[in-house]
Design a protein around this ligand. Sequence first.
Ligand code: SDX
Length: 436
Amino acid sequence: MKASDNKATLSFSNGGQSVELPIYKGTLGPDVIDIRKLYAQTGMFTYDPGFMSTASCQSSITYIDGDKGELLYRGYPIEQLATNCDYLETCYLLLNGELPNTAEKEKFTRLVTNHTMVNEQMQFFLRGFRRDAHPMAIMTGLVGALSAFYHDSTDINNPEHRDIAAIRLIAKMPTLVAMAYKYNVGQPYIYPRNDLSYAGNFLHMMFATPCEEYKVSPVLERALDRIFILHADHEQNASTSTVRLCGSSGTNPFAAIAAGVACLWGPAHGGANEAALNMLYDIQKEGGVEKIGEFIKKVKDKNSNVKLMGFGHRVYKNYDPRAKLMQETCNEVLTELGLEKDPLFALAKQLEKIALEDEYFVSRKLYPNVDFYSGIVQRAIGIPVSLFTAVFALARTVGWIAQLNEMIGDPEYKIGRPRQLFEGSPKRDVKPISAR
Ligand code: SDX
């Protein structure tokens, strides 16, 4: 980061000593005011719950322009990556900073392909769950459990360990998600196949059975690969910040990624795709398109606690570019499957249209985000609603790892340890229970 010749001066109305704070510029986006010395100089903290105005780190991985609705992975627009690259090229880019050439791509693909199996013992973890356990409960357990198997790659400060742990996590997530699904439906696990693409292998592990040949549909394979690209990374979102904070204690990469999986599950974050589809189902059940007005009214009533799931974003105050690409993918897949008249897709498009004409949403700059259409296309592919967030976690693993490795590789990094504004009781003495 580059020091700006602009400075911030903090002065106090009570005549306290004013403080000068340096300002730094990045290559894109807002400048930052460096407050690292603020507490030492003023004895005061800044206060920013939810981190509405706080940059927690410097990063060169992903840039989002919320006003323009722009998303860049290592400088490349998401629209170009989603149409000209595949997910493994995008993984290579996020991890290494550059797109791979042919030889680099072949080597990386071979490396990932050769790490897709999990230790046979992993299947016994699943047996401890009820068959109807939510896949994200299973995934939170399984990903953390990986650290019990790979002691040779748990030293996060060792670059070789970080590299092999990254490959293992990217390679094994599809296998684990498919195992969680097979466990839910009571079917035998399907082993990964080295002759299939990353997305094709996932489809095969999900939908093949030992009883007959499963042919991977190239349209579904391409659609799923694009869904993975769209979910791969997204700056310092809640789960990425969780991974960074967790990893800052020096814990192993598997444990840090498991923390990210747990955070992503929440309906305000990655759990929104499941919640958005259930919301569409509910409106459908109530009567479909003619019930949209009633639903929107409920959303606008603060006491209802009803949100339009898949809408709104902390950063995007314009259309989420991923939502546009996801809608296009929806169109392609539904047309290919002869489901272009899919009532849920029609309902979603109508709901979006009405919301975007409604002052409540327009004034709050609420637009569809990545989660609004992703459920419809995953459902069309045959992925059950309860698995949507696990698929999101599968795709986001590379972003979490890239961000974690960037932090650990930064000589300035320290363990994250925020402070607080204390509003509790001043010091007092314990009374004996007879006097309480
Ligand atoms: C993801 O951070 C990331 O990058 C995340 C993500 C990623 O790739 O990692 O992009 C993935 O998590 C996408 C977001 C998925 N979540 C949802 O779709 C859930 C529904 N959306 C909301 O919960 C909400 O929009 C958030 C959580 C996404 C953002 O919330 P903020 O930034 O804290 O904004 P806010 O809740 O303060 O909302 C501002 C106003 C409020 O109204 P007022 O108090 O001003 O009257 O907008 C309202 C909110 O009530 N509002 C909504 C709404 N989202 C915000 N009202 C109805 N429906 C919604 N969806």
